[in-house]
Design a binder for this molecule. Structure first.
Ligand SMILES: Nc1ncnc2c1ncn2[C@@H]1O[C@H](COP(=O)(O)OP(=O)(O)O)[C@@H](O)[C@H]1O
Ligand SMILES: [Mg+2]
Length: 437
């Protein structure tokens, strides 16, 4: 992609409305624009990142045995009246009336809808266990939408729903999602810690929020220091095996959100206690037969008896993650994308566009990198070198390759790694082999 043609509306100045770094950088680097309070348009470079996050989430859901479907954004109010949540959900729900005066709503979550799909289609215990998920826009009319995509009104969520014939089955499904969440966030370059969260009237231990530590986080959290050194990607995961050991390891030490804060347990950790702010990037929840009973979603058991399936739901804030990754990975010059979600892997800077040697070398390297399967953004604009460097640092691509007249004469180019800032003058071939790694 050539920057001279690319749609990348960057901002030179800090936007006044942005209170936190990720929001400021997402606006400045041309990822999003607000269209009304808490509602955003994703511009091309932002959409690239959103899609890559989505892909990583999807791959790990699939690996865990969850199956993707796509439910609509607009739902019938009748389903929510059946579950008893229509009135209780309050003003956060965007209620809509269609031309026939039917009450509809823009889905803030999908427990009712998936339970309805399930009761229409599943009859026998033989069909369970199942985990179904989709990645779909949600709307919640938040009182205070803020911090950009972190707390939006329209936002992209991955939500999964599990159905099992008994508690043991539900627990196995819960463990699969628990482990898949650990792996998903690690692959996104994040240290997300599962923390005990409120289970409401259901009780029990089966509710965890996955939290990344960040000063700008909205929640107050407490956890054991050692969790920061745990590495989940080192272990192979076979989702058909018993995962309870991994879950045990990740729940043995204290980690809780403020709703579940326990002074005694926290104090016992002494200097091992971290008390910090955190961003909730995922939330998993077992709620038993709450919806299957309320909505009469039954199946028949081996002896013909009626069973109300045990359910759980599992959310990941896909669009929030884009902001959360930036909160975790930036410096004063801009974003530092982890390789796994970067919109392009390489930013090529032609320091002197219009100079025949520089143009030829740039075009040549662009095609070589593309042939090697990399996504490349070439800055071929007629701009000062300083402004090109600043733009590249701002948009945060993992590798920068700088092509200038002096280097070309002497047979070298410069490569720079965005995260460490290390620079090196090397030959084109050496650069290719380093970047293609
Ligand atoms: N207003 C929002 N804007 C962006 N992401 C959100 C918003 N609300 C929830 N999410 C994301 O969706 C995930 C699942 O939502 P859920 O746990 O139901 O939300 P909440 O904890 O706010 O009630 C959350 O962990 C969070 O990452
Ligand atoms: Mg939550």
């Amino acid at each position: 992609m050539r920057l001279s043609e690319y749609y990348l509306p960057i901002l030179k100045e800090d936007p006044a409305e942005a209170q936190i770094t990720s929001h400021r950088l997402m606006l400045r680097a041309g990822l999003i624009r607000q269209t009304s309070a808490g509602i955003y348009t994703w511009l091309p470079i932002g959409l690239r990142v959103l899609r890559r996050v989505e892909d990583i989430v999807r791959k790990e859901q699939d690996a865990a045995g969850a199956q993707e479907l796509l439910m609509p954004t607009i739902q019938s109010a009748d389903l929510w009246k059946e579950s008893g949540r229509y009135d209780g959900y309050g003003r956060e729900m965007l209620r809509i009336t269609d031309r026939h005066e039917r009450e509809m709503l823009f889905g803030p979550t999908n427990e009712e809808l998936i339970t309805d799909v399930f009761r229409q289609t599943v009859r026998s215990y033989r069909d369970l266990s199942k985990i179904l998920y989709h990645i779909q826009w949600k709307f919640r009319d938040e009182v205070r939408p803020r911090f950009g995509v972190m707390r939006g009104r329209e936002f992209l969520m991955k939500d999964s729903y599990s159905f099992d014939i008994d508690f043991e089955g539900a627990q196995r499904s819960y463990n699969k999602m628990f482990v898949s969440y650990l792996r998903t966030f690690a692959k996104l370059g994040l240290k997300a810690i599962p923390m005990q969260a409120d289970t409401g009237p259901i009780g029990g231990e089966l509710s965890h929020e996955f939290i990344i530590l960040a000063e700008t986080g909205e929640s107050e959290v407490y956890c054991h220091k050692d969790y920061l050194t745990y590495d989940v990607l080192m272990e192979e995961t076979n989702y058909s095996e018993d995962l309870s050991e991994t879950v045990k390891k990740w729940t043995a030490l204290y980690a809780a959100t403020d709703e579940k804060y326990n002074e005694k347990k926290a104090n016992q950790l002494k200097d091992k206690l971290i008390s910090a702010r955190g961003i909730e990037v995922g939330h998993i929840f077992y709620f038993g037969t709450k919806y299957s009973k309320a909505m009469e979603a039954t199946i028949t058991g081996p002896g013909g008896e009626i069973i109300y399936p045990e359910m759980g739901s599992y959310g990941i804030g896909v669009s929030r993650l884009v902001g959360a990754i930036i909160e975790a990975s930036h410096d004063e010059s801009g974003i530092i994308w982890p390789e796994s979600v970067a919109p392009f892997q390489v930013g090529l800077i032609n320091v002197r566009s219009g100079d025949t040697d520089c143009d030829n070398a740039s075009n040549d390297l662009l095609s070589k990198l593309k042939n090697a399967g990399l996504d490349v953004l070439l800055d071929d604009r007629d701009e000062r070198a300083g402004s090109k460097f600043a733009t590249m640092d701002l948009i945060g691509l993992p590798w920068q390759v700088i092509i200038g007249p002096r280097g070309i004469k002497n047979g070298y180019i410069e490569i720079k790694k965005r995260d460490t800032g290390e620079r090196e003058d090397i030959s084109v071939d050496a650069a290719l082999s380093i970047i293609c790694g």
